[in-house]
Structures are given as structure tokens and as C-alpha cells.
Design a binder for this molecule. Structure first.
Ligand code: NAD
Ligand code: 0WE
Length: 262
């Protein structure tokens, strides 16, 4: 049991397809005690049965666009738990008009601001509020994507926000290291979640991924969850500020081995 009796709060579980749901499953399997933070009332009905399945009755509303909401959520959590051992940030958002079309044409100041605020600053904000309530030896984790370091169609300003999130991971790791709090990110391959469902040509992206990835397939939310459990466990006690790719090897491949033979 990697996480026996560790108290971990998960932000960003919207439904059973969420990467956060795969993380919850794996962390529960490894003996963690879980709490969940949801964006709004509308998402609570999806979360309730999943939280119940994992024996959690700590469900807290938190809209990360509001400092007040973040403060209240962490306060509410500390009322239940006192101190805790981990926080998972599985949140990303940009206005939909930013995620379709030619980058230089569609990107605007408001879209840039919202993408960076919700997808990157919120991780800093949560770390700032959680810090007084984190036990020695605790871990923070966020989810990023390859669009932070390589271009691709339509990901656009989210790529910039993920680049910021990855730098955020390193600066938080440097800042919290003296408190023995580790901070890491998982760069996941494409997975069909709610956030991916509105994305143009997502199915084609999944098949391109399978063609190029060394493992010849996509990854599941549960595979991401297994790595998340490891990174939040004491088995990862020497790892901080790191971006771990869980993408079936896609990011190391410039061309699939069979490409020239077909
Ligand atoms: P998802 O839609 O299931 O999760 C996104 C979550 O962000 C939702 O729970 C939503 O409520 C939350 N959120 C958005 N705005 C918020 C706000 N203002 N306050 C609080 N919560 C807010 O989709 P997902 O794919 O599981 O995304 C989780 C994370 O994984 C995101 O950071 C995403 O960028 C990242 N990621 C996804 C993929 C993929 O292909 N699905 C790949 C790599 C990384
Ligand atoms: O990070 C993500 C999802 C990002 C996302 C998706 C949406 C859709 C609905 C952020 N904000 C919104 N806002 C909405 O209104 N992924 C890694 C999944 C994803 O999204 C893409 C991708 C991939 C992969 C968008 C374009 C191209 C590729």
C-alpha cells in the first residue's frame, strides 16, 4: 500500500471519465483517505457516487477563479482533517473560442488571461492556502500536456498556460522544498474526457497518437492514476519539480518505426 492512511484532496473530478477519477481509484486502492473539491453544484451529482465508492464524505465546493472560494475550501478541509498529506490539481480551462483555429488569429487578451489564471495560477493559489495545513513529507501534483513544449493544431493558448504550469511546478518545488513538500506534474497523453469531448478532431488525434507512440496505443486515466499514486507516495521521496510523461512514449518519438516500410 503506497499511500496507507495518507490524506489527499483531489481537485477536478467532473465525472467518471475525468483523469481525476483514475487518480482517485488508484489512490484509494493504495490506501489513501480522499477528499474532493468540485467546481460547482452542477458537478456534485456526478461526484457523489464516486466519492461514496471510495469511502469519502468530504466534498467541498471550490471555484479556483475566486481567492475567496479557495480560502473557504481549504478552511473547510482543515476543519475535517486538520493537516493533510497531498493535493492533486487536475484543472484546466480556456474559453472554447481559443481552442479552434490559427493561434495568432484566435488568441486574445481575455482568453490568454483566463487560460493562465485557471490552468496555472490556481495551482500557486492552492499551494499558498494549503501550505499551513500540509504535513511534513507531503506532495502536490498537477496535470500537464505536451502542448507546453511542442506545437500542434488548436491547443493554442492552452500550450502557453501549460508551459506556465510546468514552470510553476518547478518554482513551487524550489519554494516548498525546505518544508519537505514535493511538487510534481504528470504530462498525460490524450484521453477522451469531458475537457476533450468538445475538441475538434479529437478522435483523429487519438489514432495519430497510437500510430506514433512506442507502445502503439493511448493511455488510460487509471495509468495516469497509478503514476500519480507513486509520485504522492514516499517511494517518490527523492523526486520534486519533475514533469513525468505518462503517454505510452509518444513524446520521445519523432517518427514511428514502421512509417517508412508501409
Ligand atoms: P475534465 O473535464 O474531466 O477535468 C477538468 C476539470 O477542471 C473539471 O473537473 C472542471 O470542473 C475543472 N475546472 C475547470 N475550471 C474550473 C474552475 N474555475 N474551478 C474549479 N475547477 C475547474 O478533463 P481532464 O481531461 O480530466 O482534465 C484534467 C487535467 O488534465 C487538466 O489540467 C487537463 O489539461 C489535463 N490533461 C488532460 C489530457 C486529456 O487528453 N484529457 C491530457 C493531458 C493533460
Ligand atoms: O488540456 C486539455 C484540455 C484543455 C481544455 C479543453 C476545453 C474544452 C472545452 C481547456 N479548456 C477547454 N474549454 C472548453 O470550453 N487537454 C490536454 C485535452 C486536449 O484539448 C485539446 C487538445 C487536447 C489533447 C484542444 C485542442 C487540441 C488538442
Amino acid at each position: 500500500m503506497l499511500l496507507k492512511d495518507k490524506k489527499i484532496v483531489i481537485f477536478g473530478l467532473a465525472n467518471k471519465y475525468s483523469i481525476a477519477a483514475g487518480i482517485a481509484k488508484s489512490m484509494h486502492d493504495q490506501g489513501a483517505k480522499l477528499a474532493f473539491a468540485y467546481q460547482n453544484e452542477r458537478l456534485l451529482k456526478n461526484l457523489e457516487p464516486i466519492a461514496a465508492e471510495y469511502g469519502s464524505d468530504i466534498l467541498i465546493e471550490c471555484d479556483v477563479s475566486s481567492d475567496d472560494s479557495i480560502k473557504k475550501a481549504i478552511q473547510e478541509l482543515s476543519n475535517s482533517w486538520g493537516k493533510f498529506d497531498g493535493l492533486v490539481h487536475s484543472i484546466g480551462f480556456a474559453p472554447s473560442d481559443q481552442l479552434e483555429g490559427n493561434f495568432v488569429d484566435v488568441t486574445n487578451r481575455e482568453g490568454f488571461k483566463i487560460a493562465h489564471d485557471i490552468s496555472s495560477y490556481s495551482f500557486t493559489a492552492l499551494a499558498k492556502e494549503a501550505k499551513p495545513f500540509l504535513n511534513d513529507n507531503s506532495a502536490l501534483l498537477t496535470l500537464t500536456y505536451l502542448g507546453s513544449v511542442q506545437t500542434m493544431p488548436n491547443y493554442n493558448v492552452m500550450g502557453l498556460a501549460k508551459a506556465s504550469l510546468e514552470a510553476n511546478t518547478r518554482f513551487l518545488a524550489a519554494s516548498l522544498g525546505k518544508d519537505n513538500i514535493r511538487v510534481n506534474a504528470i504530462s498525460a497523453g490524450p484521453i477522451k474526457t469531458l475537457a476533450a469531448s468538445g475538441v475538434k478532431n479529437f478522435r483523429k488525434m487519438l489514432s495519430q497518437h497510437s500510430k506514433r507512440a512506442p507502445l502503439g496505443r493511448t493511455v488510460t486515466a487509471e495509468e495516469v492514476g497509478n503514476t500519480a499514486a507513486f509520485l504522492c507516495s514516499d517511494y517518490a521521496s527523492g523526486i520534486t519539480g519533475e514533469i513525468t510523461y505518462v503517454d505510452a512514449g509518444f513524446n520521445i518519438s519523432a517518427m514511428p518505426l514502421n512509417e517508412l516500410e508501409e
